[in-house]
Structures are given as structure tokens and as C-alpha cells.
Write a protein that binds this ligand. Structure first.
Ligand code: NAP
Length: 485
């Protein structure tokens, strides 16, 4: 079966930084179908040869292990083609139809890696040109809207053009090997499931911290902020993976039904919780990796009076029988102390103490997502220096499973994995429209609260762990963030 992968925005940053490297790795691993065509689309007037040269230059600076040899790139380049189109012009879609009709119809993937403002036009025009038959799949990048209404409007247009099973909404966090391992940990092992509930778990912390600032994307970020960029999608998807009930099987809808139930069970916001359980921050000048770095408001493309948040910490609960009363803390931000994404599951202490333990000591499961990928299980054990048998003091120890070391060579990157799933028509790692709408519904009261709040984001020093209000928020429950405990 032939494959045509049409990359709308084929000369853009996403194609350049993520998609082309992922497609090349898939090619190298032999997982792209024989004879497939990758057709880059943009308004530039490029020949196939010029496009291949442009993409070749992409690989010049990459690390040696991921760089193709000249012979290898020549074979990959033979798959690359270019089509000049202005996606806002309906008449240009006939040329795409003609290019695709050059050969027998196999699977066609339309990857929409252009500005979100073009999403609905592209879907409408693909349908108008008859390019929405069942063998066509459409991939949509985030952000799909900036609030519930705009997300619904996009979904409605997409629904008029394509069936839900043809639509692949990317949340690249779901493609990360570590996140797939989270599903494997919970639903492939019997060990944790009996413990995975309110009786045994005191709290759960999800942190997605970046040490970088907004880099070259200041103008985009200033219109978006951490809540829309990270919480509404990635952080909530991680929360779903941690909190969902076991699905009845591994089919996409079985998994997505369970994730949707978690989103619907999130405790509704009240004026009090919006004030006390949500903290927004914005980085001030500080240091990162030994270098002085500017404040967010001084970054290129950012409004000098910007009130956009670069940090969010919040506390929520999943209101159901399994989780009632267990706080889930979510935290994400830019220019934090380190690049660190992890989920920490804090178990309750042993119910009756016959040993002496360090203050606050309890079991902890740490799921490392990035840069490390693996699991740590923190336990208490009899230490070496209990020379007197009546000392009976326990010390913390941990089991450390390093998935990178164990599975290193076999692992595929998030975009490679997701692209292969689109090609194979597997929807498990993609977000359904109702999940996405429910996530927007839940963040909307926060957006409204901030719009009417004169205080604005709290400043924090670049290179720190965010505003002190985030520590105060968790301290009110008598807990602390993992790096503070
Ligand atoms: P970008 O660098 O601005 O690239 C946009 C691409 O679309 C270019 O190839 C551009 O080429 C093309 N384009 C723009 N208007 C067009 C038109 N009317 N007709 C045809 N082609 C047009 O944007 P990006 O950063 O790659 O982002 C693309 C999408 O991915 C956005 O939705 C973004 O939010 C999302 N995303 C990006 C990243 C990232 O890391 N970059 C991460 C996650 C999600 P011409 O101007 O030559 O036409």
C-alpha cells in the first residue's frame, strides 16, 4: 500500500526541528513504507531539488549518531518532494489533488504544521477538493484553539470534513517512551494496582519544569502562556494517565473513555480555590546554567508590560471513589532551576511505627519523564550504622530503574512514534475531541479569574523553582514539593 505524507508547513520550525529528524529516523529504522512520498507544502517557490538541499542542511549540525551519511541522505531525499501552495487560496487545493492522483490511492496523511489560524481553512478546503476520503488521515498540532469556544469551533469544522477516526490530535507528551511506560507500569503489572488509591496514597505531584526561557518564540508564547501551552494539554494528559481506571482493553476508545472520565471528575473551581489553589508566576532576571539571563518581559517579541504567566502551580482533586480527598499538584514553568519532568507518588506512612524513621519518611514512587527516563522506588531499610541492635532506626534507600540504559538502542523518539502510529492508523496516543473540550472547560474558570485579577503573575527569579506562593500553597496541606522535602 502506498503512502503520501503531505507536510503543510514543510519549511517551518516544527518540520525543521522535529518532523524531518523523526521521519529520517523512521526511514533509517526501516519503518517507513516502501516508496512513500513526503510532500512538503509552503508558499515558497522551491523545486524538489531545492527542498532536498534545504532539508539536507538541517542535518549538518546534528549529533553524529543521528546524522545521515551522504549515501543514506540521498536515499532519504528521494522520498522528498515540494508543492507550492497558499493554503488560504481554495484554488490551490486542485494542484494538491492532482499531485496525489498521480498514483494509485493508498494512505494519505495530511500533517497540518502551520499556524493554527489555517486549521479550519485547510480542513474545509481538503473536503471541498474531495481529499477527505476514508484513506486520508489528518494530523493537527497544538494549540487547537485558545479557549473552549475556539476549540469547539475548530472541532466542529474538522468534524464536518473528517470522521473522528481520521483525526489525529497530537499531544507529543503521549509519544514519549516514559509516558507509555506509565501505562505499562499501571496496567501491565499487578504490583501497584491494589495500592493505587486514596487509602494508600497521600498526594501526587506532577512537575514539568524547563530551564530554558521562551527562546525565539516570545511573540507566540506571549499570546499563549503556561496554562494554555502546558497545563491544558500535557499536564492534564499526565494526570489522566496517573488517575484513570484500568481500560477494558487497549483500543483507542477504551483508553480515551477512561481519560475523559478523569477530566470530568476534576473538582470544579470555586472563587476560594481559584484564589488559594492556583499560583501564576512570571520569571524575572536571574541565572541559568551559570549565565545571567533576562527577565521574561525583556525577551524578544514579548510585550514589556506583559502579564502572561510563565509558571503555573495548582492543586486539584479527582472527585471519585478511588481518589476522593487526595491532592494532585501540577506545576510547570520556564526558566526553572532545572529541566525536569517527573511524577512523584507519595504513599502514606506505615500505619503503626515499630521502627524509628526520619521525620516524614514514607514510600515514594518517582516516575522520571525527562531528561532521565525511568522509575525510582523509595523504601526504608535497616542502615549500616545500626551497630546496637536496639537502635532500630530505618534509613531511606531506593531502587532505580533506568529505562534509557535498559532499552536505549530500541527506543524511538516521541515524534517518530506518533508519526508511525498515524501511518498505521493507531489512535491510542492521540487526543479525542471530547477529551480536549473537557480539558478546556476545566481551565476556562482559571483564565476568567486571571482576566479579572488585578494582581497579575508573581515574579520569580530565573533559575529558581518559581514563586514562593507555590511552596506556600502545598505547605497549607502539610506537604512540600519533592525538591524541598
Ligand atoms: P512556522 O515556523 O511559522 O512555520 C509555518 C509554516 O507554514 C512555514 O512552512 C510557512 O511557510 C507555512 N505557511 C504559513 N502560511 C502559509 C500559507 N498561507 N500557505 C502555505 N503555507 C503556509 O511555525 P511552526 O513553529 O513550525 O509551527 C507550526 C504549527 O505547529 C503551529 O500550529 C504551532 O503552534 C505548532 N507547534 C509548533 C511547535 C514548534 O516547536 N515549532 C511545537 C508544537 C506545536 P511559508 O511562509 O513559506 O508559506
Amino acid at each position: 500500500m502506498s503512502l503520501d505524507l503531505v507536510l503543510f508547513g514543510g519549511t517551518g520550525d516544527l518540520a525543521w526541528r522535529k518532523l524531518m529528524p523523526a521521519l529520517f529516523q523512521a526511514f533509517r529504522h526501516g519503518t517507513l513504507p516502501q516508496g512513500c512520498r513526503i510532500i512538503g507544502v509552503a508558499r515558497d517557490d522551491l523545486s524538489d531539488t531545492a527542498y532536498r538541499e534545504l532539508i539536507a542542511s538541517r542535518f549538518e549540525g546534528v549529533e553524529l549518531a543521528k546524522r545521515p551519511s551522504a549515501e543514506e541522505f540521498a536515499r532519504f531525499a528521494a522520498l522528498l518532494h515540494f508543492l507550492r501552495m497558499d493554503l488560504s487560496r481554495p484554488e490551490d487545493y486542485a494542484r494538491l489533488a492532482a499531485r496525489l492522483a498521480e498514483r494509485h490511492a493508498g494512505t494519505v496523511v495530511m500533517y497540518v504544521a502551520t499556524a493554527p489560524a489555517l486549521f479550519t481553512t485547510v480542513c474545509e478546503q481538503l473536503a471541498a477538493a474531495g481529499l477527505n476520503a476514508p484513506h486520508v488521515r489528518v494530523v493537527l498540532e497544538k494549540p487547537l484553539g485558545h479557549d473552549l469556544a475556539s476549540n469547539r469551533a475548530i472541532n466542529e469544522t474538522v468534524r464536518m470534513a473528517f470522521q473522528e477516526k481520521q483525526v489525529f490530535r497530537i499531544d507529543h507528551y503521549l509519544g514519549k517512551p516514559s509516558v507509555q511506560n506509565l501505562f505499562a507500569l499501571r496496567f501491565g503489572n499487578a504490583l501497584f494496582e491494589p495500592l493505587w488509591r486514596r487509602e494508600n496514597i497521600a498526594n501526587i505531584q506532577i512537575t514539568i519544569a524547563e530551564d530554558l526561557g521562551v527562546e525565539k518564540r516570545g511573540a507566540f508564547y506571549d499570546q499563549t502562556g503556561a496554562l494554555r501551552d502546558m497545563v491544558q494539554n500535557h499536564a492534564l494528559q499526565l494526570l489522566c494517565a496517573i488517575g484513570m481506571e484500568p481500560p477494558i482493553n487497549s483500543h483507542a476508545d477504551a483508553i480515551r473513555d477512561e481519560k475523559l472520565k478523569v477530566l470530568r471528575s476534576l473538582k470544579a473551581w470555586t472563587p476560594e480555590t481559584l484564589t488559594q489553589h492556583v499560583v501564576r508566576g512570571q520569571y524575572a532576571a536571574g541565572g541559568s546554567n551559570g549565565h545571567a539571563v533576562p527577565a521574561y518581559r525583556d525577551e524578544p517579541g514579548v510585550d514589556p508590560a506583559s502579564r502572561t504567566e510563565t509558571f503555573v502551580a495548582l492543586r486539584t482533586e479527582i472527585a471519585n471513589w478511588r481518589w476522593a480527598g487526595v491532592p494532585f499538584y501540577l506545576r510547570t514553568g520556564k526558566r526553572l532551576a532545572s529541566r525536569d519532568a517527573r511524577i512523584v507518588v507519595n504513599f502514606r506512612p506505615a500505619p503503626h511505627a515499630i521502627f524509628r524513621t526520619p521525620a516524614g519518611a514514607a514510600n515514594q514512587l518517582v516516575i522520571n519523564l525527562q531528561p532521565k527516563d525511568g522509575l525510582e522506588l523509595h523504601l526504608l531499610a535497616q542502615g549500616q550504622d545500626n551497630r546496637r541492635s536496639n537502635a532500630q532506626t530505618l534509613s531511606p534507600v531506593h531502587l532505580d530503574l533506568d529505562f534509557d540504559r535498559r532499552f536505549g538502542a530500541e527506543r524511538v523518539g516521541a515524534y517518530e512514534r506518533l508519526l508511525l502510529d498515524v501511518i498505521d492508523g493507531r489512535l491510542n496516543l492521540f487526543v479525542r475531541s471530547d477529551e480536549q473540550e473537557e480539558a478546556w472547560r476545566w481551565v476556562e474558570p482559571i483564565q476568567e479569574h486571571w482576566a479579572n485579577d488585578t494582581q497579575g503573575p508573581r515574579p520569580y527569579t530565573a533559575g529558581s523553582w518559581g514563586p514562593s506562593a507555590a511552596s506556600a500553597m502545598i505547605a497549607r496541606d502539610n506537604y512540600c514539593w519533592h525538591e524541598e522535602c
